[in-house]
Ligand binder design. Structure first.
Ligand code: OSB
Ligand code: MG
Length: 368
């Protein structure tokens, strides 16, 4: 396929309620959106970096420059037979996996559409839905209990509580006391250190399915130390950027579960390699999220149909976050099952161009 042009936007969707995690608060979801065009087909993807480098190092401003000045000029006007042919363009550059991912993911959508296949089939996934749970931001105990109750009423299959220093044992204990049997997890988004081992060990009393990313974003070694002193499984998110990271984490016993976000790891080729590495170790994975719009959610759902995604993912209904989405198709879960979008081949959702225009902060075109 020859890429004839690229449309690059910054889109901002207001959130119903601020989403609070240990590393920051989001009041709107702002993201770069990329459309690759070729042979009468459009491939679409969104990037997951934030305006500020709070979750990982990349920023929207940095990514826009890197995309506009480096990556897109090497792609527009060129022909690529498959997503793997993008690797020579992407792999020479250090880091910047979120920026690389948006290019690779948009091309996967374009390529699957050119083959007339759902993205899921091009990736090797099966099934018509994926199991999902909710991720609940940091809030007072009462609010959290209400949110847990609402999520359970809607049938979500797992409840993940965001925790931070001083907002951990108390909140988990309150939820566990009210709901003794639910599948419960916590996500610290790197808020703890080795010195906090006693607090993490207290969490062992609550039958959590896993504790997500307790320590630093760039640290696998100390997670291995902590995992040896915990009964509860550690799940790594921020620390896993590649299949090589996954191998190191699993060889050293730093985690027993891995959260894969295709937008964090550089795209589907790397996401699948991580998935396969974990399968080889007998370690389950699940599909994380970054409060994506319908475009990124669709990518996540297709990925989560691969065989080793055996734990419920974070792709809950878009209506929990947004008044209105930029896709024509609503991505809504029922009883904790999110249907695989199948409005045509590729990601199976289409852009609502009229609404997109009203939530676009910036738009530019890259041509050959
Ligand atoms: O760590 O998984 C995370 C949202 C923003 C940044 C980091 C994370 C999250 C989530 C939300 O937990 C998951 C979602 O609903 O998309
Ligand atoms: Mg996380």
């Amino acid at each position: 396929i020859r890429i004839e042009s690229a449309e690059l936007r910054i889109v901002s969707l207001p959130l119903f309620t601020p989403f609070v995690i240990s590393s920051g608060t989001m009041t709107a979801k702002t993201f770069p959106l990329l459309v690759l065009k070729g042979e009468g087909i459009e491939g679409v993807a969104e990037a997951v970096m934030d305006p500020a480098p709070d979750y990982l190092e990349e920023t929207i401003a940095g990514a826009m420059t890197f995309l506009r000045e480096v990556l897109l000029p090497q792609i527009v006007g060129k022909r690529f037979a498959s997503p793997y042919d993008l690797q020579p363009v992407l792999s020479p550059w250090r880091g910047n996996r979120m920026a690389k991912a948006v290019v690779e993911m948009a091309f996967w959508d374009l390529w699957a559409k050119s083959l007339g296949l759902p993205l899921q089939a091009a990736l090797g996934g099966t099934g018509d839905h994926v199991d999902v749970g909710v991720s609940l931001g940091i809030a007072p105990v009462e609010t959290t209990l209400e949110r847990v109750g609402a999520a359970l009423e809607q049938g979500y299959k797992r409840t993940k509580l965001k925790i931070a220093q001083g907002h951990d044992v108390r909140i988990v204990e309150a939820v566990r006391t009210e709901y003794p049997d639910i599948k419960l997890t916590v996500d610290a988004n790197t808020d703890y250190g080795l010195a906090d081992l006693p607090v993490l060990q207290m969490l062992d009393d609550f039958g959590l399915d896993y504790i997500e990313q307790p320590l630093a974003h760039d640290d696998i070694h100390d997670h291995a130390k902590v995992q040896r002193s915990l009964l509860t499984a550690i799940c790594l998110d921020e620390s896993i950027r590649s299949a090589s990271d996954a191998r190191k984490a699993l060889e050293t016993g730093a985690a027993r579960v891995i959260n894969i976000k295709v937008g964090r790891v550089g795209g589907f080729a790397e996401a699948r390699a991580i998935h396969d590495t974990c399968a080889a170790f007998g370690v389950p994975v699940w599909c994380g999220g970054m409060l994506e719009s319908g475009i990124g959610r669709a990518h996540n759902i297709h990925l989560a149909t691969l065989a080793n995604f055996t734990k419920p993912g974070d792709t809950s209904s878009a209506s929990r976050y947004f008044e209105r989405d930029i896709t024509n198709e609503a991505l809504e879960a029922h009883n904790g099952e999110m249907p695989v979008p199948r409005q045509g081949p590729g990601i199976g959702v289409t852009l609502d161009r009229a609404y997109l225009a009203t939530v676009t902060d910036h738009a530019e075109e890259v041509t050959a």
